[in-house]
Design a binder for this molecule. Structure first.
Ligand code: NAD
Length: 274
């Protein structure tokens, strides 16, 4: 059965985020989920700032030029450095006059050799590294963003997770445990920041072939299988994740916080993988 998917909903996005200002952390290249999100939010009229890790500076600056020439500032921010986080948010505050509407946290890292084999073999340092970059960083970013979101009268923080944080997915190992911590952080942060009208949610995306995903052993066969068995019988596209992020940073989702929304062609409802 071959079902035609509707044209991309460009016109439906227009204007939804007009006047909103936000920051996107985690673009590495055109395949990044953060780049898909940037496109959706830009088309919806949002003003954007990108942060980047030093090693991808040139690529991120090129992408910023491509999407909105001369309009997007790119700021270095390695989330393992408190100093860089603080400096980045000082700069963001200057550019946006102390107010921000949304933050997209789309980053994670684990050593490649711990994304295969048995979880039991995870090293102490590999565990700490994956937790630091992939889970703790959300709290660290939220802490820096809090005054800017508060001054704005509230706002939205969105992070990216994966079903391997809820259930055992072959080879996901240390990253699964980091995603479980990330999803739990979403709940605690939602409770901390809710009284300031700041919402915190996660998107649990289906597997997409990105730089980070290619470190996971066997990712391609997982992607192939999901296209066969997920309820929608197809894989997740970054654009679909982007449009869910659009919803989560817009006023349309104003009653939602502490939530994990699956954008995975419905795969999460199945009892088990083969
Ligand atoms: P990606 O490789 O394009 O993006 C990962 C980003 O993390 C890169 O931009 C990298 O620079 C950044 N990063 C790593 N360490 C950092 C650090 N110390 N400081 C600042 N930035 C750092 O891959 P992606 O798949 O787009 O990943 C984005 C998010 O989506 C991650 O949280 C990932 O776990 C999640 N996710 C991915 C998939 C998938 O299948 N690709 C599925 C579900 C969730």
């Amino acid at each position: 059965m071959n079902i035609q998917i509707e044209e991309k909903p460009k016109t439906e996005r227009a204007g939804i985020l007009k006047g909103k200002k936000g920051v996107i952390l985690g673009i590495a290249n055109k395949w990044s989920i953060a780049w898909g999100i940037a496109n959706s939010l830009h088309e919806a009229g949002a003003e954007l700032i990108f942060t980047y890790q030093e090693r991808v500076k040139d690529r991120v600056e090129k992408l910023a030029e491509e999407i909105a020439s001369g309009q997007i500032s790119c700021i270095e921010c390695d989330v393992t450095s408190d100093e860089q986080l603080e400096k980045a948010f000082q700069e963001i505050s200057k550019i946006y006059d102390g107010k921000v509407d949304f933050i997209i946290h789309s980053l994670a890292f684990a050593n490649k050799d711990e994304l295969e084999g048995r979880y039991i073999d995870t090293s102490r340092s590999g565990f700490a590294l994956a937790q630091d970059i992939s889970a703790y960083s959300l709290a660290a970013v939220a802490k820096q963003a809090e005054p800017l979101l508060e001054k704005n009268g509230g706002g939205s923080i969105v992070t990216l997770t994966y079903i391997g944080g809820e259930r055992v997915v072959k080879n996901y190992n240390v990253m699964g445990v980091a995603k479980a911590a990330l999803e739990c952080s979403v709940k605690y942060l939602a409770n901390d920041l809710g009284p300031k009208n700041i919402r915190v949610n996660a998107i649990s995306a289906g597997p997409i072939k990105t730089l980070a995903a290619s470190a996971i052993s066997g990712i391609q066969s997982m992607i192939n299988e999901i296209a066969q068995i997920s309820p929608l019988r197809r894989n997740t596209e970054t654009e679909e994740v982007g449009d869910t992020a659009l919803f989560l940073v817009s006023n349309l989702s104003r009653g939602i916080t502490g939530e994990v929304i699956h954008v995975d062609s419905g795969f999460h409802v199945l009892a088990a993988m083969k």
